[in-house]
Every structure is written in C-alpha cells, then in structure tokens.
Design a protein around this ligand. Sequence first.
Ligand SMILES: *Cc1c(COP(=O)(O)O)cnc(C)c1O
Length: 396
Amino acid sequence: MLSIAEGPRTVLVPGPSILPDRVRSAMQRPSIDIYAGPLLDVTARCERGLAQIFGTSAQVFIYSANGHGVWDAALSNTLSRGSKVLVLESGRFAIGWGEMAKPMGIDVEVLRGDWHQAVDLSALGTRLAQDKSHDIDAILCTQVDTASGVCNDIGSIREAIDAIGHPTLLIVDAVASLGTMPFALDDWRVDVAVSASQKGLMCPAGLGFVAAGPRALEAHETANLRTRYWDWSARSTDNHYQKYCGTPPEQLLFALAEAFDMIDEEGLPTVFARHRALGQATQAAISSWQEHGARANISNPDHRANPVSVFNLPDGLAEKIITFCRDQCGVTLGGGLADWAGRSVRVGHMGHINAPTLLGAIACIDLGFRVFGLTAQTSGVDAAVRSLEQSESRTP
Ligand SMILES: *Cc1c(COP(=O)(O)O)cnc(C)c1O
C-alpha cells in the first residue's frame, strides 16, 4: 500500500499526550523573576487547579520531576527504613513503584492480581485481616494502570480497608487518570495521591504533583526516609524559591496554568464525559475486531479506563498493526509492556483529544487489518461511531 503518513503525526501513546497549541504558546516566553511578580500568581493558579482536580482541600506539592520522581516523593515523605508496603497488582505500574521502594530499605509485599481485572477487594480484605499486628504501613495502588488499561475503584479500596479497621496509609498513583475521570482525595480519604503533567493534564513531561492528606502529614513527622529535595516540610513555606527547592520550572508552570484554564473553560464534568465517550468508542471498535482475534485486555467494562484502551492480538499481529499505523499512516500507538510486549496494542485517548483524532486512528487500524487480508462486515470506525451516537443521546 502507498504510504499516506506525511502530514501532522498523531501520537496516541498513553503518555506523553497531545500538546494543545495553547499550552505550547503559553511556554513560549522569556524567563522571569523567580522571587516575585507574575510567577507567584502562576504557582497559585496551578496549586488551585491541582487541589480542584485531586478533589481536596489538603496541601499539594509541585516538583520538577516525572511520575517516577513523585513515586519517590510519596514514599520518602511518609515511610522509614523497615516500613512495609503492600503493592496491589493490576498491571505494571504499582509493581514498578514497589521495585523503587525496595532499594530504599522498604519491605515490599505484592498482593498478586492479574492484568485482566481490577484489584480483588476480597483478597485485599483477607490479607489485611491476617495482618493483626498491623505491620503493613502503606498500600500502593494505581487508579488507572496504563499497561493493562484497568481502572481501580479507589473509593471501594478505601471501604475494604475500613471494613477491616486497618490503619494503613492509602497511597495512590493517579498519573494516567488525573484529568480524565473523577478523583476525590478528601471523600475517599486517600492519604497521598501522585500525578504528573504529561497525560490527562496536556503538558510536557517534567512536572510531578503530590497531594497529602492529614494522616500522611502526621506520618511525615516521623518518617526517616525524608530527603531535602522531596521534603514536604521544607516546601511548606511562602518562600517561592523553597517551594520548589530551587529554581521553579517556569515555562512548564505557565503551560500547566494554561491547561487548567482550558479545563475550566470546558468544565470538568464535560472533560470526564468526553474521555468516557472516547474510551467507550475505542472499546466498541475493539469488540468489532474480535473476528480478527482481538480481545479487550480488561473483560469487565466497568473496570476499563477512560484514558487508555488495551487490546491483545494473536500471532504477531499487534506488532504488524503498530508498525503499519506508524510507517504507513502517521499514527503512533503504544505497544505492550513487559510480558505483554508484542501481544498488545495500547491506544492512549487522554487529554487534548477529540473525535476526529480518535476516529482517524481507529480507521487506520481498520485499514491495517484489511491490508493484512482481514476483511470484516463492520469496521471499527462503524462501531465507534455508533457508540459515540449513543453517548451523545445520554448527555443533556
Ligand atoms: C506514565 C505513568 C507513570 C510514570 O510516569 P513517568 O512520568 O513516565 O515517570 C506512572 N504511573 C502510571 C499509571 C503511568 O501511566
């Protein structure tokens, strides 16, 4: 087939996501005073936006860091050498967080799950009930895991912990999910939540965020893994320079403030509904590809994530489709991670994404199947369009 890849490249990997022109323009500026003036207002704007999107009146911290960096921030501010964490497996990312905790001297136990479903709440309850001496200091889990495409119900995880009466901290990775679905740190009594700039928040990578509730701040007082760069106490100050433990990432902060303006203009409920509709449309396309051997990675529709869809294909077809879309159509899709390498396709639909972008990518996958000799009665685009038509009728 003739290559039709020239033109703007569409990058639909599950992070970094598409940068809006407004966000890029907001960064095009000279550096300014880091001690006084407009930058202080930009920080205040970003803190306000973060508190709103984390669903909290608790304190938020902004770091020059990516998601892995704020994993470190969450652990080092609340735990000590010899502390124990229970990692809830539902994909790759909570496991990776646990792997970062080990060399810090933290005892890491994994509650095994699989990559096809959300965390098993009854298994969690059973494990916590066994822990009579309350050795487990913190639970690490993801809201959305971008390797498996699962979405965990954080409110229910909190209820499962409360049902046992276990005092563990609940520490949640919202890197992929923040800005694509609700998060309610206060209502769910999440103790620490972390996120980053380059996924639902439509910015370049380089900013990491932490929201810390009252029990986390209490644990912080005696945590001995604290280091000066990540330290919440050192950053809890009106001294703007100390808030960032050094030079603030100025242009990225202007980018984030602009992204929050865009989110406010669209309205958070609309932002979430758009992500849900696009996620469901992608899943509808995946169902239509069943006759080519496609399987949605997460079987229960209630546990599928708004910002990313993952599906599996047999016989090397995943690699062929990804390569075809990239080289022949100008669409970059994500491949499988870890054990899923070569088996999965991951479609990111987070942040600055609308119908033509997503439908275009789905059409390219349809085209790929045809080029590889797999023709079908209905196309993925047909199925996605039908799904979007129905989602519209449910919106007032
Ligand atoms: C992307 C991602 C991370 C890692 O973020 P980096 O900025 O790449 O370090 C962590 N958790 C989840 C769920 C992610 O999707």
